[in-house]
Write a protein that binds this ligand. Structure first.
Ligand code: GDP
Ligand code: IMO
Ligand code: MG
Length: 424
């Protein structure tokens, strides 16, 4: 299950809901740049690095090899979940092949975002990009390396030297105590040791035993490093293919792909956004949908549903079904617009410059002007809301199998007989 837009589609809520039907929930990319808000009764959880499946007792939560881990952020999150009565130590396993984020990764990111000759991406400042750079540059340090003190110290010295050279070259004033960080990381490693294993082996064994695994994407397809709005993307493979490389399971083991999309569109950070609404209309959606980033608190940019975008992410991911979230946010609108085409582009443009230049073609649909919040049955939806959903499904070519009508677990409509419900 993964995001069909630019992230924050409500994946956390949906994963939490569906995880009831799975033995294992596995994350395969990203890091603590993700922010998934889940409400269970009057309790609110914000998950960043740990899969949302952890909130179900008995579900095993896996952090796969494709994830980048900041151990301090991980321990913080583990502590707060533990404080909320969740048996994290028992439920969570961590890949020995996941790469490690160090404090100097954040400094490299700050430098790259601030340079006058570079377009800032508007990142979450968590060191995600520079950690993946070191991974691809084949100088990264993985969780398994932390358990061989001698090898780790040698790798760490080499990496630290690289960063010091970079800092000197670019005249960066941040002082970093490299030795203190190294010792601190060795302590972090001790804390998580019982949870570290070969998660690809664990997942493949589980699949062979007939256990059901839900792969939980972070970010969204349009933030995918290959298929998103490059360079305004994150540094990992947020699309469905990423589940195989980021968890170590073969494509043949995946028997369905579920996309999660809002009933409108949002984006955080910079980059093209064809259906973005500036001014009061955007503000109206932001207010109704409480569209503020869970990680950075930044106001999310808001706009109408974008069919060409959804068709594109459906193509890249092969969605079997869609979850449409936050339908209730549109309850008060007299009219709702949907972008059905880009006038001057027949397929998704490769460059952000071209995407910035597309002219969205809109169709206007009447609003339903009544409360859908909390509805749990499709036949209880106002006719115009049903028409709106049918319009989205007809135009995107993907069946809608689930509709979210509020942040709570039970504020959800499952469409019986859909391909999506058959996967659960
Ligand atoms: P994620 O990153 O995809 O997990 O999404 P976020 O958690 O960052 O953002 C989605 C926000 O919308 C969260 O605050 C959820 O509690 C909330 N949410 C999810 N589904 C619904 C819904 O159907 N209606 C409303 N009103 N809020 C929702
Ligand atoms: P979830 O999992 C929305 C965005 C950042 C920035 C770009 C690159 O909650 O959907 P990064 O720090 O990853 O290098 O930033 O990606 N971004 C997200 N936007 N939801 C997220 O995660 C995001 N994770 C990263 O805002 O534009
Ligand atoms: Mg989020």
């Amino acid at each position: 299950m993964l995001g069909a837009q630019w992230g924050d589609e409500g994946k956390g809520k949906v994963v939490d809901l569906f995880s009831e039907k799975f033995s294992i929930v596995a994350r395969y990319q990203g890091g603590h740049n993700a922010g998934h808000t889940v409400f269970i009764g009057d309790r609110k959880f914000v998950l960043k690095l740990i899969p949302s499946g952890i909130l179900r007792p008995g579900v095993q939560a896996v952090i796969g090899n494709g994830v980048v881990i900041d151990p301090a952020a991980l321990l913080d999150e583990m502590d707060s979940l533990h404080g909320a009565g969740i048996d994290v130590a028992k439920q969570l396993v961590i890949s020995n092949r996941a790469h490690v984020i160090f404090p100097f990764h954040r400094i490299v990111e700050k430098m790259s975002e601030a340079r006058a000759d570079r377009v800032p991406i508007g990142t979450t400042s968590r060191g995600i990009g520079p950690c993946y750079e070191d991974k691809t540059g084949r100088r990264g340090i993985r969780i398994a390396d932390l358990y061989n003190r001698e090898a780790f110290c040698a790798m760490y010295s080499a990496l630290a030297e690289d960063k010091q050279l970079l800092a000197q070259t670019f005249n960066i004033q941040d002082t970093i105590d490299y030795e203190q960080i190294r010792d601190q990381y060795l302590k972090f490693a001790d804390c998580i040791r019982p949870m570290v294993c070969d998660t690809a082996q664990l997942l493949n064994d589980a699949i062979r035993q007939g256990k059901r695994v839900l792969f939980e994407g972070a970010q969204g397809s349009m933030l995918d490093v290959d298929h998103g709005t490059y360079p305004f993307v994150t540094s990992s493979s947020a699309t469905a293919g990423g589940a195989c490389t980021g968890a170590g399971v073969p494509p043949s083991a995946i028997n369905g792909v579920i996309g999660v999309s809002k009933a409108y569109t949002t984006r955080v950070g910079s980059g093209p956004f064809p259906t973005e609404l500036s001014g009061v209309e955007g503000e109206r959606i932001r207010k109704a949908g409480n569209e503020y980033g869970a990680v950075t608190g930044r106001p999310r940019r808001c706009g109408w549903f974008d069919v060409p975008l959804l068709r594109y992410t459906a193509m890249v991911n092969g969605f079997d079904g869609l979850v449409i979230t936050k339908l209730d946010v549109l309850d008060e609108f007299d009219e709702i617009q949907v972008c059905t085409a880009y006038r001057n582009a027949s397929s998704m443009p490769a460059t952000y410059r071209e995407l910035e230049a597309v002219e969205p073609v809109y169709e206007t649909l009447p609003g339903w002007k009544s409360e859908t919040r909390g509805l749990t049955r499709a036949d209880a939806l106002p006719l115009r809301a049903r028409d709106y959903l049918k319009f989205l499904s007809d135009h995107t070519g993907v069946e809608i199998g689930c509709i979210s009508t509020g942040p709570e677990r039970d504020e959800t409509i499952l469409i019986q007989g859909s391909k999506l419900t058959a996967l659960l």
